[in-house]
Design a protein around this ligand. Sequence first.
Ligand SMILES: Cc1cc2nc3c(=O)[nH]c(=O)nc-3n(C[C@H](O)[C@H](O)[C@H](O)COP(=O)(O)OP(=O)(O)OC[C@H]3O[C@@H](n4cnc5c(N)ncnc54)[C@H](O)[C@@H]3O)c2cc1C
Length: 286
Amino acid sequence: MKTSSVNLSSVTTYRFGGLCKNFITIDNVDSFSKISEKINSSNTFVLGKGSNIAFADSEYNGYVLQTDFGFINLLNEGNALEVGSSVYLPDLSRYLKEQNLSGGEFLLGIPGSIGGALKMNAGAYGYEIGNNVVEINCYDLDQKQIIKLDSKSINYSYRKSNNLSNKVILSAILKFEKGNPEEISEKMSEFNKIRKKSQPPGIYNAGSVFKNSKDYFAGELIEKTGLKGYSIDNVSVSKKHANFFIAKKGAKALSLYRLVQHVKEKVNDKYGIELEEEIQFIGEFI
Ligand SMILES: Cc1cc2nc3c(=O)[nH]c(=O)nc-3n(C[C@H](O)[C@H](O)[C@H](O)COP(=O)(O)OP(=O)(O)OC[C@H]3O[C@@H](n4cnc5c(N)ncnc54)[C@H](O)[C@@H]3O)c2cc1C
């Protein structure tokens, strides 16, 4: 375990964030006993790879905790894996391909950790990680103990989990189907192509800003509202995909926040629809 001072802009894809003087890295579950009195769900933010997060520009007053569990163990059955929470999703996708396991091809282009993906129920192209969950092993920040949750108690839905908001995900048992290696490779390159064609690269953004719904695609509504390319102080609605908001180097998180409020207001004025953020603003934005 390590506690250090970290500039949060260095640990997120948006590159937003101020200093955090209490940045804890946990690489051993026994370490929780040393900090259990200090940390709880109201003073601690659990960070993965920061690919869905916009930290405020000011100093972060609280603990940021990041796990360092990078293991992948193939279990006896051959199609189940135990995966440490900090495993990078593209690495997991490539590992699954090596094992001839299908169903993880969609993870290749998502620049997050499995911990973050399990919390967000990350998904793409009709797949969602929640469908692969057998069991999640986590530390409960309030009960101060390690517990296991099955997928039923997490009750996954579109980009949503339950029962995980006061937990640090440590590892998970995930299940995939045996697959054909050529088909797996084809699917991976097909998904890669679609992404490259339709989305900006993974730097200075955090993927989709708003959630879609069964009734609309957020990007389409934003585009039809005439906001493609619209910008506020160095943060703009991507010209490539209107549900991606891109920051320029040195831009402020506050500008993103204002742009998000502006887009919500304009879309609401035109369609009477309240867009719901998928990205998370952490810290103070007023
Ligand atoms: C270019 C780009 C493309 C993207 N494409 C997609 C996509 O196709 N589909 C999609 O769903 N998302 C997409 N995303 C968004 C993002 O990558 C995913 O939501 C990802 O799962 C977030 O993982 P993370 O490790 O970065 O989590 P973070 O951004 O660090 O955190 C996200 C949430 O997870 C929680 N969390 C993180 N780690 C843990 C842990 N160990 N224990 C408990 N809680 C934890 C955090 O508290 C927070 O609530 C994209 C992002 C980018 C930049």
